[in-house]
Ligand binder design. Structure first.
Ligand code: FE2
Length: 177
């Protein structure tokens, strides 16, 4: 699979999952981007982006947490290549759904999907593909009383739990639209 061979249109969930699975099978295309900086913080690298799809490599430590988010109009697929991620989906009035995604496993989702990803094992690595390419995302908070609210953020803003986002916005670290 080469990026040039991808169709000149938005990819569907099956195609996105095929893409991340095929990339996972060829570490030479991404292993040079794997990094766990000593200063901490989730490491991510853009592997590819065109008008129809973007592909990212993410490196996770247990403290790395995207917070609740959606992908606006994009569908996506995630393949874990090393370690384990935990995917959570919010459940109103009940326990949140938790899914362990181990190395070698992948999943896809549509624009309707709301989730939160954390690194369940230190040193986890995953490949993510989105179509159309990520531009805006919805970042959510759930209050102690269960009220959920959404803030539109740029894909360039690192996703993190809303409490951190609020604090960062107050000191001007991120643009929150
Ligand atoms: Fe996501």
């Amino acid at each position: 699979m080469s990026y040039e061979a991808l169709p000149a249109r938005a990819l569907d969930r099956r195609e996105l999952r095929d893409l991340v699975d095929e990339l996972a099978a060829d570490p030479s295309r991404w292993e040079g981007q794997v990094d766990f900086p000593e200063e901490g913080g989730r490491h991510y690298a853009s592997l590819y982006r065109d008008a129809y799809v973007d592909v990212w490599l993410l490196c996770w430590r247990p403290e790395d947490d995207t917070g609740w988010h959606d992908h606006d109009i994009s569908s996506g697929a995630v393949r874990v290549v090393t370690g384990t991620l935990l995917e959570c989906n919010p459940r109103i009035g009940g326990e949140h759904l938790e899914t362990v995604v181990s190395a070698g496993e992948s999943f896809s989702f549509g624009p309707d999907h709301i989730h939160r990803l954390t690194g369940a094992v230190d040193g986890s690595v995953s490949i993510h593909a989105y179509s159309p390419p990520l531009w805006r995302l919805g970042q959510y908070s759930i209050s102690d009383s269960g009220v959920m609210r959404r803030v539109s953020v740029s894909y360039a803003d690192e996703l993190r739990p809303m409490d951190d986002l609020d604090q960062a916005a107050e000191v001007g670290e991120v643009a929150v639209a």
